[in-house]
Design a protein around this ligand. Structure first.
Ligand code: CMP
Length: 832
């Protein structure tokens, strides 16, 4: 009976998934790389199909270019772009892009030249083949690298290249194919080709970035509906691809890369940890399905008889591809290494990049999409299949041994020491627990004594190993310093996560702190000194900061700017408190760890000092804020306390529900109530009590002379402004439009000097005013004024100052007198 096509497809897909899942178990047992294994299984199935009729149904679902491009590729590319470490990628962008764009073009020409010499392919079709075969394949490489546990930077180099060069290859392939079809190849069309390439590549990226951004915004609307949110992410992966590729005729691959990176980067601060976990799991599953099907189908589409027919040309083509890859990797990477600020890629990494240039589904999709009118279609297809199979099998089977032989999977001394310390700590803990069992009296003392003896022996052994490491020839004080600081960073990170779980810090602050730990860890790896509290700025903070600066130019007192300032102040306070508490905890941990590993006192003290200074710095800032802005400090504290309270409530609900003491419906209701309150709290801005402007006016001597109604008018015209330490309020040389009164805090008055840094001519405090000179004389501002501490200011526009001077002569006199005195004092401080 002939099955209906939909049913047949479903049966084929389910059967393939079953085979893949079963193969996954089997391949894991015999430690065989998954992707290569699947291809081999696919080939075997293809052979069996001829004998076993029932297997014929598998061919209801066969590899077609559209299937690869529109069904599998978006999933696979989105998944890897979404999980990509953007910071690591951006630091390695130079080698990645060099290999992915010029590298691919060079490789195309080398392959074409060799293949047209060594095989029957002529120059035109050889170029088309060169383009399609030069793209390294993200799918197989990523799968392979996950399998073998490659170092992170190496993985980024190879993954990044393979993601970007797919786009390059697809574009180049299309351009070359149309040139071959119309038999044109003039200089003009090469130039046009280059412009086309830029348009398609960058256009695709732009589509993706916009789509990714819109999706992140939309997701924030669907709060707490992870299923809906995951659905949105699927939509964006495919919509970006299809809109770009099909409707706008720009690169779909780049669009999906852009969307994935955008969602990954923005989502890291905006999504809840639960949603992130959901997304990661969903996409891991989707990628598994796509991977399994694609590799089985690749295997199924390989016909061994076709390969043997073309064995000679395939052999030459393999040599051509290997030669071209050698030229691009070993030729271009050393050039990129010489660029200023480059983090050099060493020869061992280059070797892996060379050998890791697997070809896969994208090459096959392009070869399959060649029109039937293409002269050498069969030969090109056979060459492609041969090379895909060769690189997959040799690369897949030898990558792990190669990485091992190059020592890239070998842990450094710091890692070894840390590992040994971990074992010692674990055995100690086990020993003490076993001891507790003995005192509880429920276990036979013989069993306990035996177990304790065993643990004691193991502990001695582990301690011996640790001591050996620490006295070994490879060990230096610097190594120990690195070990201690690495562990300190781990403690620091864990503390921040704990604070977040307890509601003591918000997610945005957690993310910022996490990022600063990451940066320090990188610095430590590169052997740079640990700086004191590097404040990492997230992408979002930077974008927001830019927006606020723009707003400030046009509407310095607008509510958006004010709200941003308050938020920044609150976040600073929260962050400083967390840094302070974590630094104290880390100092303790360092003491403990140092004792465990018998670290030299000077090394221990050096590490502790970093954190002690950090704690002191944070405390200084907390004090300064509390002193100048008591109402902020108490508002933030109150909010944190409420958050801790709500988190405790949430914990209690979960505990009661788990113990079965709350019926499901009641628990759900309670959970929703707490969640709503938490969201409400997170949204509500910190609103400190504003100091009373009238109280301030009373501090300014000459205002006291005003009649009550005038006084009230001035009070109404004042606009409050909060400024952060170091912020510039007035810039020397600009036009003056307002006068400032200081309610709280300290500002510095600075005058530019001809040589060297600006001179500080005065410090002004609460009750002082500044900015009067430019208003009175219409001259430009004669000094720069900067906040020394966080300040609360009131701004009075020129119009209001003028009005005030008209009604009250005292004010005019006071301002003029101050301006005169200041001018004299500035002139005097300049010296003769
Ligand atoms: P203006 O010139 O409008 O802008 C800069 C302000 O700095 C200036 O007004 C004064 O208010 C203030 N200023 C300049 N020189 C001194 C000084 N020597 N002592 C105190 N304040 C000063």
């Amino acid at each position: 009976m002939q099955a209906d096509p939909v049913l047949a497809t479903v049966i084929a897909v389910v059967a393939l998934l079953l085979i893949a899942a079963a193969a996954a178990i089997g391949l894991k047992r015999i430690r065989f790389p998954f992707t290569v294994g699947l291809v081999l299984v696919g080939i075997a199935l293809g052979g069996l199909q001829l004998q076993v009729e029932a297997l014929g149904i598998l061919s209801s679902f066969s590899l077609s270019p559209d299937l690869i491009l529109f069904v599998f590729l978006p999933t696979l590319i989105f998944e890897s772009a979404f999980n990509m470490d953007v910071r690591l990628l951006s630091r390695n962008l130079a080698p990645v892009i060099t290999l992915a764009a010029p590298g691919l073009v060079i490789s195309t020409f080398i392959v074409a030249a060799l293949v047209s010499l060594l095989t029957p392919l002529t120059w035109g079709p050889a170029l088309v083949f060169g383009a399609l075969i030069s793209a390294t394949d993200p799918v197989s490489i990523i799968a392979l690298f996950k399998d073998v546990g490659a170092p992170k930077r190496l993985a980024i180099l190879v993954e990044g290249e393979s993601l970007f060069n797919d786009a390059t290859a697809i574009v180049l392939f299309t351009i070359l194919l149309s040139m071959v079809a119309t038999a044109s190849g003039s200089g003009e069309s090469v130039g046009q080709g280059f412009l086309d390439f830029l348009r398609v590549f960058l256009g695709g990226l732009a589509v993706g970035v916009v789509a990714g951004y819109l999706m992140v915004l939309t997701i924030s609307l669907a709060e707490d509906e992870p299923l809906v949110e995951v659905a949105f992410s699927t939509v964006v992966a495919y919509a970006a691809f299809i809109t770009a590729e099909h409707y706008l005729h720009v690169s779909g691959v780049m669009a999906t890369v852009g969307a994935g990176v955008m969602v990954g980067a923005l989502g890291s601060t905006r999504f809840t940890p639960e949603l992130k976990a959901y997304l990661r799991q969903f996409w891991a599953y989707a990628a598994f399905v796509a991977n399994s099907l694609i590799f089985l189908l690749v295997g199924l589409s390989i016909s061994l008889s076709m390969l043997s027919n073309y064995a000679g040309p395939i052999g030459w083509a393999i040599l051509a591809v290997l030669a071209a890859r050698a030229v691009t990797v070993f030729g271009l990477v050393p050039i990129v290494n010489r660029l200023p600020n480059a983090e050099p890629v060493n020869l061992r990494y280059q070797s892996i990049m060379y050998w890791g240039g697997l070809r896969g589904a994208v090459a096959l999709a392009l070869a399959l999409s060649l029109p039937t009118t293409f002269v050498f279609r069969d030969l090109t297809l056979a060459l492609t299949i041969g090379i895909v199979l060769f690189t997959l099998v040799t690369g897949g089977l030898t990558m792990k041994p190669l990485i091992h032989a190059l020592g890239l999977d070998r842990p450094g001394v710091p890692d070894l020491v840390a590992r040994a310390q971990g074992v010692v700590a674990a055995k100690r803990k086990a020993l003490s627990r076993v001891g507790d069992l003995g005192t509880a009296g429920k276990f036979s003392s013989r069993i306990i004594a035996d177990l304790a003896k065993r643990y004691r022996q193991e502990l001695d052994h582990a301690q011996g190993q640790l001591d050996d490491l620490c006295t070994g020839p490879l060990f230096q004080n610097e190594t120990m310093r690195q070990v201690l600081l690495t562990q300190a960073l781990t403690v620091e990170r864990r503390t921040y996560q704990e604070f977040f779980a307890q509601g003591r810090i918000s997610e945005a602050v957690l993310h910022e702190l996490d990022l600063s730990v990451d940066l320090e860890r990188d610095a430590l790896r590169r052997g740079e000194a640990s700086s004191i509290l590097p404040m990492a700025e997230t992408l979002e903070v930077r974008v927001a900061g830019f927006g606020v600066r723009l707003l400030e130019r046009f509407a310095p007192t607008g509510t958006a700017v004010l709200r941003h300032r308050v938020r920044t102040l609150a976040a600073n306070y929260e962050r400083d408190s967390a840094v302070h508490a974590a630094s104290e905890r880390v100092t303790e941990a360092i003491r403990h760890l140092a004792e465990l590993a018998k670290v030299e006192a000077s090394v221990e003290a050096g590490c502790r000092k970093i954190y002690e200074e950090r704690a002191a710095k944070a405390m200084e800032r907390i004090d300064a804020l509390a002193e100048h802005f008591p109402e902020y400090a108490s508002a933030v504290q109150e909010r944190t306390a409420r958050r801790i309270g709500l988190d405790a409530e949430a914990d209690a609900v979960e505990e009661l529900a788990a113990a079965g003491e709350l019926p499901d419906t009641v628990a759900r209701e309670a959970r929703q109530r707490v969640k709503a309150a938490q969201r409400d709290l997170a949204r509500r801005p910190v609103t400190p009590m504003q100091p009373d402007p009238e109280e301030l006016l009373n501090k300014v001597p000459f205002f006291k002379e005003l009649a009550l109604t005038d006084f009230q008018r001035v009070a109404d015209a004042l606009v409050p402004r909060t400024v952060l330490p170091g912020e510039r309020i007035i810039k020397q040389g600009e036009r003056g439009t307002s006068l400032f009164l200081i309610a709280r805090g300290v500002v510095a008055v600075l005058v530019a000097s001809e040589d060297g840094p600006p001179r500080r001519v005065a410090s002004l405090h609460a009750g002082d005013f500044f900015g009067e000179m430019a208003l009175l004389s219409d001259d430009p501002r004669n000094a720069t004024v900067e906040a020394v501490t966080a300040c609360q200011l009131y701004e009075l526009a020129k119009r209001d100052v003028d009005g005030l001077c008209e009604v009250c002569e005292g004010v005019q006199q006071a301002l003029t007198a101050a301006a005169l005195a200041r001018k004299v004092s500035t002139a005097r401080s300049e010296g003769p």
